[in-house]
Design a binder for this molecule. Sequence first.
Ligand SMILES: [Zn+2]
Length: 111
Amino acid sequence: MKGRESLSRTDRIAKAARRTAQEARDAASKRRQDEKRKRANSSMAIEPHRHCVVCWSPIAMESDPAVCSESACIEKNEKREGSRKRLTIMMYLFPGIAIILLMLQLAGGAV
Ligand SMILES: [Zn+2]
């Protein structure tokens, strides 16, 4: 009776020890997985990518125009593109007009 009791106690202790070891193994493997995931995430951050010009959320490198799939961002980008095009046109148009006026004046002066 006494021997059996002590045996069952050792058995219990052994079982507890096994369980603890298993838990430690599980925790270790989980930590390893976390590290792997973290490393994968950091490598993703290094991977070439671009950001939406409106909300700066990361998007695919080959997406053109550089906006995410949000319609608000697409609209905003189109508006921006439009005003930039207008600005570019004006940047060429005004000096062009100035040159034409200057040439007209020169031509008028020559006559
Ligand atoms: Zn966006």
